[in-house]
Design a protein around this ligand. Structure first.
Ligand code: SAM
Length: 292
């Protein structure tokens, strides 16, 4: 039975293995059964689901996932946690522990092998410093995903849901909007973890769209434009795009496209909606094609 959400049981496991927390892996283990229940309930895990857990730690959430899902793959980077996981998950026959950096795992292949390529549910209490790269990687690689239910730093949850013209709005907000529908599940204070993190956390569920809300001619270009627009937030959109080394577009072309799209020369990227970025992206696609 899942029992690691109770602090004494977590302490007992850590003592048994003389485990030392590694700051570089962002290790803050959950010790609150209410939060665990909320994560499982909001991820809507059923016995039909194949679940990928990123960063299982000592297996606290993994135990709960095993009890609700058909099969769980848990990917953990810290080799010292592998024997612990083999112990804490020893009673479950529906889990595979993978010792790896999640960024080095071919998740498409994993989902193909374990779930015949059908969409997977992802659950994670992520180390804060790699939250954004992991989420972007999952989206951009077009891993078949039903939903991603993640514990993130509270500020990151705010960025994921932010709209144009707000301080939190940026490339992550637009990527989330393009790929998924965000839902705030819970605010989680530092005392729900061991050791306590310095920042507040939140659980957010991203339910992936079957088709994106906007269609563009070149998806890679759309995201290059978005990134370039927010790399230098204080610059006008025209300056940000024409100085971007990846885009390599002449300033006159950039200025003309922005004008033709109906924006003033002073417009900044932070004012544009996803639909407006999509329109700009298609205009740039056409402009580039015409220049050849
Ligand atoms: N899920 C556990 C829990 O809720 O108690 C642990 C959460 S802890 C915040 C993050 C976990 O992710 C740690 O176990 C850490 O070692 C692991 N981790 C860090 N970077 C990783 C990476 N790149 N790939 C896989 N696991 C990683």
């Amino acid at each position: 039975m899942a029992d690691l959400g109770i602090p004494q049981n977590t302490i007992a496991v850590l003592k048994k293995y003389q485990f030392h927390f590694q700051k570089k892996f962002g290790q803050n283990f959950l010790i609150d059964t209410h939060v665990l229940d909320k994560i499982i309930a909001s991820a809507e895990i059923t016995k039909d689901d194949y679940v990928l857990e990123i960063g299982p730690g000592i297996g606290t959430m993994t135990q709960c996932l095993c009890e609700h899902a058909k099969f769980v793959t848990a990917v953990e980077i810290d080799k010292n946690l592998i024997p612990i996981l083999q112990d804490t998950l020893g009673n479950y026959g529906n889990v595979e522990i993978v010792h790896s950096d999640i960024l080095k795992v071919d998740i498409n292949k994993l989902v193909e092998e374990k779930n015949e390529g059908k969409p997977v549910k992802i659950v994670a209490n992520l180390p804060y410093y790699i939250t954004t790269p992991i989420i972007m990687e999952l989206f951009e690689r077009h891993v078949p995903i039903k939903s991603v239910t993640v514990m993130v730093q509270k500020e990151v949850a705010a960025r994921m849901q932010a709209g144009p013209g707000t301080k939190d709005y940026g490339a992550l907000s637009l990527a989330v909007k393009y790929y998924a529908k965000p839902l705030m599940v819970a605010n989680v204070p530092p005392n729900c973890f061991m050791p306590r993190p310095k920042v507040a956390s939140a659980v957010i569920r991203l339910t992936c769209h079957e088709t994106p809300p906007v269609r563009v001619k070149d998806e890679a270009l759309l995201f290059r434009l978005i990134r370039a627009s927010f790399n230098q937030r204080r610059k006008t959109l025209a300056n940000g795009l024409s100085h971007d080394p990846e885009l390599r577009m002449a300033k006159e072309v950039v200025q003309k496209v922005i004008k033709d799209a109906g924006f003033p020369a002073s417009v900044r990227g932070e004012m544009l909606t996803l639909e407006e970025f999509a329109d700009l992206s298609d205009r740039f696609s056409d402009a580039v094609r015409q220049s050849f």
